[in-house]
Design a protein around this ligand. Structure first.
Ligand code: TRP
Length: 481
């Protein structure tokens, strides 16, 4: 690696903002409520919380350890930690996963921008039928593509500025605002008449509600926990490669996972009371939720918002919240690929080229080039937009894009969250638990012996056995169940 001193995040707050910023996103505010709804409420929520605690968090910490020890993009990290071995292929797997995730994530991010625009122009307020509005958007590839491109450009703009001036600064500005807006909206939702019904649905396990989902709850909850924590595919590893020596990894992992899980629960607290308060028939609401999950945020919430005083202001707030949450996540996804392209890919010229600038000064182009950040970002963005275009068309306008019975959009969501990320998680825990030198593990956890090492044996046991075996069992049961 020719980069001697790697850039680091500037402050501890910056690190929390960036890692939590990556984790908190559409996964929490759009995907979590929609999965909860499809799987019938509280039981799903409890399985999800267990997955976060037993599988997600230990692997978040493992990614931090590997990233800071390996000090490179996800492929380079494996190469640095296991020279001469083939483990870096796993880094490539992660890069591909990040790319596929961005393909559908960007489309949903585009929806959030469209709804923000509709809120600002006041058009949302004039709408009578919110389900029809959302349907219309899903059937208009042009509009989706337009907003997706706008969102991609915003993401690329931030990442092009690099780690400190781009990612860290943007996250530090956006995350506190996001939490504030979220808390205000939660208070609004739980004080609505009829809100209790929604809270019961979210927190009181009811086998009746969850019956039709069956064992699928397992893979859904596992996939959701990994997706929400951004864990299992080298994203946090890449961020951790920018951590300084004095960052307490276990504490940071705990804070980040707690923030992420709190935001997911808060968004449940915001959305379900709203959905139940909105309906005149709470009994049939459970069934409606099962089929209408993905539209929840874009149908139920706008409708609810319109019934409040100062509706326009609330809806601008809400969609701004979604845009911000999403942006701090898309920059992290883009950074995984950008760091890889910038650090690993070399352009080789057959021989040095001499450019004559003036008669006195010659410039020589060297044989090997790194790809500069802005250029890397541009090329990757073009690729993501291509995937996004396919996704947008697959949602309604073009039904030929069907793979294994899923449209292209759902297919990407399925293979990444439900297969690639859990498999990635198994791999990371095995690598950190079995292959990585115990001394490196201990040194990273204790910051080279400067802070006490607690629960080391337990943690290593989780990495070696509990997490890999547990994830494999959950994955297989869910898939065949
Ligand atoms: N965790 C983010 C969310 O909940 C999405 C995300 C960002 C992500 N980076 C990731 C998902 C890396 C998987 C892997 O919206």
């Amino acid at each position: 690696m020719d980069q001697k001193v790697r850039v680091t995040f500037g402050t501890k707050l910056g690190i929390i903002a960036a890692t939590a910023g990556s984790a908190v996103g559409l996964g929490n505010i759009w995907r979590f409520p929609s999965q909860t709804a499809q799987d019938g409420g509280a039981i799903f929520v409890f399985v999800y919380l267990a997955c976060v605690a037993f599988f997600g968090m230990p692997i978040v910490l493992a990614e931090f350890i590997l990233g800071r020890a390996g000090k490179a993009n996800s492929a380079g990290t494996y190469r640095n930690l296991a020279p001469g071995k083939k483990f870096h292929y796993f880094g490539y797997f992660a890069i591909i996963a990040a790319f596929l995730i961005m393909g559908f994530y960007m489309v949903v991010s585009g929806w959030t921008m469209e709804y923000l625009a509709l809120s600002i122009t006041g058009e949302l307020g004039r709408t009578q039928d919110f389900a029809a509005l959302f349907d219309q958007l899903r059937n208009s590839p042009g509009t989706q593509i337009f907003w997706m491109v706008v969102f991609m450009i915003s993401t690329a703009g931030i990442v092009a500025f690099g780690v400190k001036k781009g990612i860290e600064l943007a996250s530090k500005l956006m995350m506190p605002l996001l939490l504030l807006v979220m808390i205000i909206l939660c208070i609004r939702a739980v004080t609505l008449p009829g809100a209790g019904e929604g809270l019961t649905y979210l927190f009181a396990p009811n086998p009746e509600n969850a019956r039709s989902a069956g064992a699928r709850i397992l893979t859904d909850a596992l996939g959701q926990s990994f997706f929400s924590l951004s864990v299992g595919m080298g994203c946090l590893m890449t961020y951790a490669s920018y951590f300084g020596k004095d960052v307490r990894l276990a504490k940071t992992a705990g804070t980040m996972a707690t923030l992420d899980t709190s935001v997911a629960l808060l968004s449940g607290v915001m959305i379900f009371p709203a959905a139940f308060a909105l309906t005149t028939d709470p009994g049939s609401m459970v069934e409606t939720l099962k089929t209408g999950g993905p539209g929840l945020v874009f149908i139920a919430i706008p409708q609810l918002l319109q019934s409040l005083p100062a509706a326009q202001l609330w809806s601008i707030f809400f969609f701004l919240l979604l845009v911000l949450a999403s942006l701090t996540s898309t920059i992290s996804l883009l950074e995984v690929i950008t760091a890889f392209v910038h650090e690993e890919v070399r352009v080789t010229l057959p021989k040095p080229i001499r450019l004559r600038k003036s008669s006195t000064e010659n410039t020589v182009l060297h044989q090997e080039y790194r790809i500069a950040r802005p250029f890397a970002v541009t090329v990757i963005s073009a690729g993501v937009i291509f995937l996004g275009v396919l996704c947008s068309y697959s949602l309604g306008a073009d039904t030929s894009l069907v793979i294994f019975g899923l449209n292209f959009f759902d297919f990407l969501d399925y293979i990444t969250a439900k297969l690639m990320m859990p498999i990635g998680g198994i791999f990371i825990s095995l690598f950190a638990g079995w292959y990585l030198d115990k001394k490196i593990l201990a040194a990273e956890l204790s910051n080279a012996g400067t802070i006490p090492l607690r629960f080391f044996k337990t943690y290593r046991f989780i990495l070696r056995f509990v997490a890999p075996v547990g994830i494999a069992v959950v994955l297989v049961c869910g898939l065949i169940g």
